[in-house]
Design a protein around this ligand. Structure first.
Ligand code: HEM
Ligand code: HEM
Length: 171
């Protein structure tokens, strides 16, 4: 059954929650766009400093978002959602937080060691491997998350609208 406006409004995320969500989509896309292609690029000290600052801010911002979201917001999945689906959605959300922290943290360790003079070798290679595996996992999780979001758009059950109120269908 289609939800009324009042029911949708009850499950809407706050403006702060939506700003957190969408500014992160932009920040993450930017992080991917400006990615390091080769570790030797870090010879450029200005770039190295920028990467480290970016990763630090990314982590700080992510922690602030997580604290805000878990303390003040609730998932907008309808109460009659099957348990397995609720668990999957939660696992993907937490997975994205963990994966993104892992990308930034491993990048931070790589950058700090590089700055200290450890520029190659098995240890650095392993850290780069960790960094790249984290990136791949987050890509997969974002893909699953997108499929979920589109599924709710088709269902028109208020979940899509709760994060994207302006694209509310049929209004
Ligand atoms: C880099 C891409 C994205 C990431 C990392 C991401 C992350 C998240 C996370 C962690 C949540 C849980 C709430 C929170 O803690 O903020 C969430 C909720 C949500 N996201 Fe995304 N998101 C991304 C892109 C998108 C896109 C492109 C859409 C829509 C097309 C979307 C639609 C939604 C919706 C509808 C919810 C609410 C789900 C619910 O209430 O259970 N997200 N997102
Ligand atoms: C949130 C912050 C970051 C994001 C989103 C990000 C993203 C990426 C992506 C998408 C790749 C390519 C992975 C692949 O090809 O599979 C990559 C590789 C890499 N990143 Fe990052 N990164 C971040 C922070 C950092 C930092 C702070 C450093 C170090 C200062 C760093 C150093 C590297 C290195 C050395 C590689 C591998 C390059 C190679 O293949 O030789 N990253 N990063």
């Amino acid at each position: 059954m289609k939800k009324t406006d009042a029911e949708i409004a009850k499950t809407n995320y706050t403006l702060t929650a939506r700003i957190f969500h969408w500014s992160f989509v932009i920040l993450f896309a930017y992080g991917i766009f400006k990615q390091i292609e080769n570790i030797n690029q870090l010879e450029d000290l200005a770039l190295l400093k920028f990467e480290i600052t970016f990763a630090l801010l990314f982590i700080l911002f992510l922690v602030a978002r997580f604290v805000y979201m878990t303390r003040t917001q609730k998932s907008s999945l309808p109460p009659d959602t099957p348990g397995a689906q609720k668990v999957l959605a939660k696992a993907v959300h937490y997975g994205m937080y963990i994966g993104m922290i892992s990308i930034a943290f491993s990048g931070l360790v790589i950058g700090s060691l590089y700055w200290l003079g450890l520029k190659s070798g098995i240890f650095i290679e392993t850290l780069i491997g960790w960094h790249e595996v984290s990136v791949s996992i987050v890509y997969w999780l974002v893909g699953i998350h997108l499929i979920g979001a589109i599924y709710h758009w088709f269902k028109n059950d208020g979940v899509w609208q709760s994060m994207i109120p302006k694209l509310n269908r049929g209004k």
